[in-house]
Structures are given as structure tokens and as C-alpha cells.
Design a protein around this ligand. Structure first.
Ligand code: NAD
Length: 549
């Protein structure tokens, strides 16, 4: 495994001026787009220490907010939301679009921040940051249309009309994880804002600074004061308080926490979307180009050191292609570079912390003790960074080992031969999760047919995850234990609105008329109903024939 140096120490960050992290934390303390409760001062509040994963140095601290801070932030957000809801959707979309431009303009500082707080390689940081303006562009273009009022069929065509309008929920709570702190927080917050809501964001304890930097840029883009608040603090304290105070909750994180969030949202009768864990399969069919597939598998398994909800952790290969694929996959994996420097030399960075390193190490050790073969990797690299771990490929993994059954969320994948495509599909579907999958083949139609049989919210043919994740007009989310609801596409915007249907009668009240005997009226109504049903069946038949089916 090739390594690079030096690691990303805070003092060496090329685009972060000294004191920048303190300035960002001040946003929370003084309540500017942050969460400080009006009745408290900075001195009253506990703090949370934030460390840089690449070096384990302490890089700063942020306020450990409590339930009162959450309530104060939501109250301020609620006040700001009233006027924002009245602002035309086209103007709201313009603010989001301007924000996208600012993210591009300020990219070097944001990349430094991302690397400092996550330990990811700069290449991975670029992939993450790219996503934010892409999403802004999509929202600017489509949200006004998705949110505009719609005419639907009335109960009695000609006699009544039905019009649907979409109203913002109010204040949306967003709870985000540490692995992609910019894209996952903005992926939920921006569509909520463009739909006319206020947002209160709780970033992960380990990665608060990126969220605070984006809050600053949203303000510069013209978002009204108070409309977007960041509440830093412990998940077990701030999270439940937020679920209790808001009108909708968008959660991204582990399945265990997602269940707790959903239970609480259910008690409060608020809606939620949950983007949760996965144990994603990658299927290699016997007609795949093994070299191309190996390059794709490397991206699928080791992007962001495997700390990606869409990462492949299980590979099933049709037997005739197994040996050639494994050889190419090991070769490509060993060409990866491990490191955390501020240049583009490293492809794979650090894990987030000691707990994540322990998890990865214990999954690999458990598999090894139970007879697994380590084809490459399988060891920590403290010489590169305190939490660095080599990209690892395992074979001969027993089906009941932790690595096979649970999400590792690290740079570890198991590979196994299967007799045919049906066996690969069955193995892929043998999981309580259903987030993302990838299918590799020389025959795209065969790939699409296999993809339709895999129980995941997104399935990529001849690509790791970008073909679906990058298709921002298409919904993205999980089956089963991988979550509820969808981000991206019109679905990702509409989750943040209530629909209101207004029905208007042009013929007075739709009730029994008083000038016709009721039994005549009932007979006539049923005759009209049957005639209407026959007519629409006939029309459907004609349309089908015209379409050639
Ligand atoms: P986590 O569930 O521990 O934490 C996620 C967030 O929830 C953090 O902000 C945390 O502070 C907060 N939180 C903690 N306790 C809470 C509580 N009781 N109530 C409300 N919020 C609480 O997740 P993690 O382990 O840090 O993140 C990794 C997990 O996230 C993995 O399982 C990964 O697959 C998943 N993930 C999913 C997606 C997706 O889009 N499906 C994306 C990224 C990560």
C-alpha cells in the first residue's frame, strides 16, 4: 500500500486563517444563525471538544447546547419562517442558487475545513463538495414548478374543480452524520428551505464546523436572519429536543438512532424521512469486463475509506469470472494511496475516530479467526495517521461473521463466488438493509434486468453509486432497515410540504336534490356511474391500442 505524507494538521491548512474555527463556533455562542438561547451567555454553557482525525489534535470546541437552546433556535426560526413562506418560490430558489455560487467561490476553505474535521483525503472532499452546488442548481431550476399549484380531476368533471396547493410544514429539523457533513446536511436542508420552511440543523458532534461555515454562506446569499439555525451538542440531548420542537424531521445516520427518532416523531405525529445504514451488495456477472469492474469496485468499496452509506461491503461474482476479477480487484486496490495531506496525492484518508477504527479492526479480526483469507490490507496504519486502516479485501468469509451480517462502515469488503446470476440476486437480497447496489456486466439490458430484482432503493449498472446518487432528479433512499422516505427529485422537495386540496362546486351542494324523488335520483346516479366507468374503460383500451400494447 502506497502512503503519502504529511498529515493534515490544522496549522498547515493552506486556506484556513488562524482563529477561523473559533469564529465559526462564535456563531453558536452569539446566536447569529446559531442556537444560543437569549437567556444565557457563553460562560454558562458546557463545551464539546472537536479533534482532527488525521492527527488526533484538539482543534477547538463548540457549545454543548441543551433543550432550552433548541427551543430558542426553533422559536427564532419560526418567526423568520412566516415571511419566508410568503416569498415567491422563484425568489427562494434564487437565494439557494446564489448560495451554490458562493460554495464554489469559497471551495478551498471549505475543502480544508472538511479535511480537518473528517480526516478524509482531499480527492474525497472534492467529491463531497461538488455535490452541494449541483443540488442547488437542480433546486433552483425545478423547485418552483414542483411547488406550484396543480389542477386535478374534480368529482364531477365540469361541475366541480379540485386544485392542490403546497404549503411549507413550518420548521424542519435536520440531524446529520459525520461522514459527509456538508452534502448530507445540505441535501436535506436546501429543499426544505426552498419549499418555504425554516431549518434547524444539528450536525454530528465530530463535524460541526462545516455546517457553521455553510450557515454563514447562506446568510451571505440572502437567507433571512434566523431562518437557518445550527444547534451544536450531544446527539442524545439535542436530537430528542429537536424532534419534540419541529414540524418535520429529516434524519441521516445509523438504523438504531433512526428507529429512536421515528418512534419519537410518531408520538409527536410529525412526519420524518430516515436515511439509514446499509450492507450494500455488488454483483459481478460472468460477461463483465474484469478490469473496468475492478476499478469500479475500488470506488464502490473504498471511497471515503468505506465510510459511505452507499459503499459496497459484499461482492458476489459469477463463478467463471471469479479468479480474473479477484486478481484485478486486488491489483487495483493495492494501487490506492493512503494519506490525509492537503494535496491530491492520497486517494484514501483516515477513519473518523478510535471507535470506528475499533469497529473495523474487530470485524476483520472476527472474520480472520473464523477462517477468512485476507487478500490484501487487514491492518491499521498508525504510521500514516492514528485512525488509518488499509483498504481490505476478504475471501472465504463465514455468513454469520460480523463483517458479513453488519455494516462495517469502513474500508473492508468480502468477495465470494456464486454459481449464477439468480444466486447472486438471492445473496444480494439476503439482508435486512436495502440502500444501494451495483451490478457489472457486458450486457446493459441484462444488467438492468438483474437490477430490477435487487431490493434496494438505488441500483447502479456498471457504476458504483454516482449513476444514481448523481441523478439528482431521481429519488434516493432505502428499502427495509435502510430507511423511510426519499431525498432528491420532486419527492425530496414534496416531503417538506403539506398539500391542501381546494374543491369548488359550480352547481351548488353535492347532495340529494330536493326537486327529484330520491329513488329516481339514486337510480340515475348509479346509471351515470356505470356509464362513466364503461366510457373510461373504453378510453383506456383505445389509448393502449394506440400505444401498440
Ligand atoms: P448516528 O446515528 O450515531 O448519528 C447520526 C446523528 O444522530 C448525529 O448527528 C448524532 O449526534 C445524532 N444522534 C445521536 N443520538 C441521537 C438521538 N437519540 N436522537 C436524535 N439524534 C441523535 O450515526 P453515525 O454512526 O454517526 O453515522 C453513521 C451511520 O449513518 C451509518 O450507519 C451510515 O450508514 C449512516 N448513513 C446513512 C446515510 C444515508 O443516506 N442512508 C448517509 C450517511 C450515513
Amino acid at each position: 500500500m502506497v502512503t503519502t505524507d504529511p498529515p493534515a494538521a490544522l496549522a498547515d491548512a493552506p486556506h484556513l486563517p488562524p482563529g477561523r474555527l473559533e469564529t465559526l463556533a462564535e456563531r453558536v455562542r452569539d446566536g447569529r444563525g446559531g442556537s444560543a438561547s437569549a437567556s444565557r451567555t457563553a460562560g454558562d454553557r458546557d463545551t464539546l471538544t472537536v479533534n482532527a482525525p488525521a492527527t488526533d489534535e484538539r482543534i477547538g470546541s463548540v457549545p454543548a447546547c441543551d433543550g432550552d437552546d433548541v427551543d430558542a433556535a426553533v422559536e427564532r426560526a419560526r418567526e423568520a419562517q412566516t415571511e419566508w413562506a410568503e416569498t415567491p418560490a422563484t425568489e427562494r430558489a434564487r437565494v439557494i442558487d446564489r448560495f451554490g455560487d458562493l460554495v464554489v467561490d469559497r471551495r478551498e476553505e471549505l475543502l480544508d475545513l472538511l479535511q480537518v474535521e473528517t480526516g478524509k483525503s482531499r480527492r474525497t472532499a472534492v467529491e463531497e463538495l461538488f455535490d452541494v452546488p449541483t443540488g442547488c442548481g437542480y433546486l433552483a431550476e425545478t423547485a418552483p414548478g414542483v411547488l406550484s399549484e396543480e389542477r386535478r380531476s374534480g368529482v364531477a368533471p365540469g361541475a366541480t374543480t379540485a386544485t392542490v396547493t403546497y404549503e411549507p410544514k413550518g420548521v424542519v429539523g435536520v440531524i446529520s452524520p459525520w461522514n459527509y457533513p456538508l452534502t448530507l446536511s445540505m441535501g436535506d436542508a436546501l429543499p426544505a428551505l426552498v419549499a418555504g420552511n425554516a431549518v434547524v440543523l444539528k450536525p454530528d458532534e465530530k463535524t460541526p464546523y462545516g455546517a457553521l461555515a455553510l450557515a454563514e454562506l447562506l446568510e451571505v446569499a440572502g437567507l433571512p436572519d434566523g431562518l437557518f439555525q445550527v444547534v451544536t451538542g450531544d446527539g442524545g440531548t439535542v436530537g430528542p429536543a429537536l424532534v419534540d420542537a419541529v414540524d418535520y424531521i429529516a434524519f441521516t445516520g445509523s438504523t438504531a438512532t433512526g428507529r429512536a427518532v421515528a418512534e419519537r416523531a410518531g408520538r409527536n405525529l410529525i412526519d420524518c424521512s430516515l436515511e439509514l445504514g446499509g450492507n450494500n451488495p455488488l454483483v459481478v456477472l460472468d460477461d463483465a469486463d474484469v478490469d473496468e469492474t475492478a476499478r469500479g469496485a475500488v470506488q464502490a468499496c473504498f471511497s471515503n475509506a468505506g465510510q459511505l452509506c452507499l459503499s459496497a461491503e459484499r461482492i458476489y461474482v459469477e463463478a467463471p469470472a471469479y479468479d480474473a476479477f479477484v486478481e484485478a480487484f486486488v491489483r487495483e486496490t493495492e494501487r490506492l494511496t493512503l494519506g490525509t495531506g492537503y494535496d491530491y496525492d492520497a486517494s484514501v484518508g483516515s477513519l473518523i475516530d478510535a471507535a470506528q477504527l475499533d469497529r473495523v479492526t474487530s470485524h476483520v479480526e472476527d472474520a480472520r479467526e473464523r477462517g477468512a483469507t485476507v487478500l490484501t490490507g487487514g491492518r491499521a496504519r498508525p504510521d500514516v495517521g492514528p485512525y488509518c486502516y488499509e483498504p481490505t479485501i476478504l475471501a472465504d468469509v463465514e455468513p454469520d461473521t460480523t463483517v458479513a451480517c453488519e455494516e462495517t462502515f469502513g474500508p473492508v469488503v468480502s468477495v465470494a463466488p456464486v454459481p449464477d446470476a439468480d444466486a447472486a440476486i438471492a445473496a444480494a437480497n439476503d439482508s435486512p438493509y436495502g440502500l444501494n447496489a451495483s451490478v457489472w456486466t457486458g450486457d446493459r439490458e441484462r444488467g438492468a434486468a438483474v437490477a430490477r430484482q435487487i431490493d434496494c432503493g438505488t441500483v447502479n449498472v456498471n457504476d458504483a453509486f454516482l449513476a444514481t446518487w448523481g441523478a439528482v432528479d431521481a429519488p434516493m433512499g432505502g428499502f427495509g432497515d435502510s430507511g423511510l422516505g426519499r431525498r432528491h427529485g420532486p419527492e425530496g422537495i414534496r416531503r417538506y410540504v403539506e398539500s391542501r386540496t381546494v374543491g369548488v362546486s359550480r352547481v351548488g351542494p353535492l347532495t340529494f336534490p330536493d326537486r327529484i324523488p330520491t329513488d329516481w335520483f339514486v337510480g340515475g346516479a348509479f346509471a351515470a356511474l356505470s356509464l362513466g366507468r364503461k366510457a373510461s374503460r373504453g378510453l383506456r383500451g383505445i389509448k393502449r391500442r394506440l400505444r401498440g400494447r
